[in-house]
Design a protein around this ligand. Structure first.
Ligand code: GUN
Ligand code: ZN
Length: 425
């Protein structure tokens, strides 16, 4: 057992529905077997466990591990392209890079870079958009297992629109997905996600095979893109003769284990269906800004009761840090004027932690630092002499401290992180 002593901030209940920021300035968390078995003031927990070793994390903030609900593994080296909208960016930038993952050696190298970058950012759980090549997806799962992260991922599939070397068939997509799931779904912390790239790149036959795979792999997740860019949306309507969500819905792909990235331009019927089915949306703020996709209508999602979490969307997104996404999410709501949702520190921390855990069905296990939960945590401890260190030392209160974190923190400020009590950074 280890007793962690720290200033702990978390948001145990959804602040969009009455929850609040919980702040304990001298908190004790007793961790045994990776689980927080007791939580209270340090003095009280210490009095009950005088002999346990203490890990002193004062002088920083202990936060729940961050949860990234949309990040592309084969786009690590594609981060930072400027000046293109979605379809041009895919064609000129992202897809040529993804084609390189046909080489399993290349995929293994980037897989290690990828899990290191995710852990470095303080992210402990991620829904990862995989690669179009099964050995590359094996490489990702292997690297995630070595590092100890909680990763849900799968083979990305498309049978039209993409470069020829990325195309598959409905049969092959099913067979390769089934074999990957047999190797990795439920192995350690890995889980399988059925992942058609987006309906623009999928025929009805392929989406039907995805539905079959999703049904046959019990407890699998489903993820794809939705309503990101107006040109893309118009093309989906031409191809399928329905709204974007309808292209997935007609194959039964919308449910509580579905996570759709973006949804910048939904209509009311789509929001109603998302809410009724319990599907979640991964809001990807830096990506939406970088590709000029649009300003996310958080108000409409909240009004309809659609669950929203955050995704970095590397490589259209501007890096692995969910603090950057949180800040951009906040900016975007400010820029929406009267339609913007005023986001507090509690909302923002929740979006990066508990909301993601819930979206991935892991809300019972992770997302905050309550007794009974896994010890998935990150210690933010900025180097002395930095603006963040000075700001935290002089913060007025916990909300103020978090505002400074969202404005200033980078992966360099994440001193260490744990998954189920084991160090991953
Ligand atoms: N839609 C289909 N593929 C992608 C992708 O790789 N990134 C983003 N942002 N949108 C997509
Ligand atoms: Zn994406």
């Amino acid at each position: 057992m280890t007793l962690y002593r720290a200033q702990v901030l978390d948001v145990p209940r959804d602040p969009f529905h009455g929850g609040e920021l919980r702040a304990e300035s001298d908190c004790g968390l007793l961790v045994a077997g990776g689980v927080i078995t007791e939580r209270g003031s340090f003095t009280a927990v210490r009095a009950r466990h005088a002999d346990e070793p203490v890990r002193d994390l004062r002088g920083g903030l202990l936060l729940p591990g961050l949860v990234d609900t949309h990040v592309h593994f084969p786009q690590l080296r594609a981060i930072g392209a400027l000046g293109m909208p979605l379809l041009e960016w895919l064609d000129r930038y992202a897809l040529p890079e993804e084609a390189r993952f046909a080489d399993a050696g290349y995929a293994r190298t980037v897989a290690r870079e990828f899990v290191a970058a995710v852990a470095d950012a303080g992210t402990t759980t991620a829904l990862v958009f995989g690669a179009h090549f099964a050995p590359a997806v094996d490489a990702l799962f292997e690297a995630a297992a070595d590092r100890g992260l909680r990763v849900t991922s799968g083979l990305v599939v498309g049978d039209r629109y993409l470069r020829p070397e990325l195309l598959t068939t409905a049969r092959r997509a099913y067979d390769e997905g089934r074999a990957l799931a047999a190797r990795w779904h439920g192995t350690g912390r890995n889980r399988y996600a059925v992942s058609p790239r987006f309906s623009l790149s999928c025929t009805d036959d392929l989406l039907a095979s995805c539905a079959e795979l999703h049904a046959d792999v019990g407890g699998s997740w489903f993820t794809s893109h939705l309503n990101e860019n107006r040109d893309e949306i118009a093309r989906v309507r031409e191809l399928f003769g329905c709204d974007y969500l309808g292209s997935y819905h007609r194959h039964g792909l919308i449910g509580p284990r579905s996570v759709f990235a973006h949804n910048v331009h939904p209509d009311d019927a789509e929001l109603k269906l998302l809410a009724a089915s319990g599907a979640r949306v991964a809001h990807c703020p830096t990506s939406n800004a970088a590709l000029g996709s649009g300003l996310f209508p958080l108000d409409a999602h909240l009004a309809h009761g659609v669950g929203v979490a955050l995704g970095s969307d590397v490589g259209a997104g501007a890096g692995f840090s969910l603090f950057k996404e949180v800040l951009q999410a906040y900016f975007i709501q400010r820029l929406r004027g009267p339609r913007g949702v005023p986001l507090t520190a509690a909302h923002l921390l929740y979006l990066a932690t508990g909301a993601g855990a819930d979206a991935l069905g892991l809300g019972e296990a992770v997302g905050d630092l309550s007794a009974g939960k896994q010890f998935d945590a990150m210690w933010l401890s900025p180097p002395a002499g930095t603006a963040l260190a000075a700001g935290l030392a002089h913060a007025r209160d916990p909300d103020d401290a978090l505002g400074k974190v969202f404005a200033l923190a980078t992966p360099a400020d994440v001193r260490c992180s744990w998954v189920a009590g084991t160090r991953v950074k």
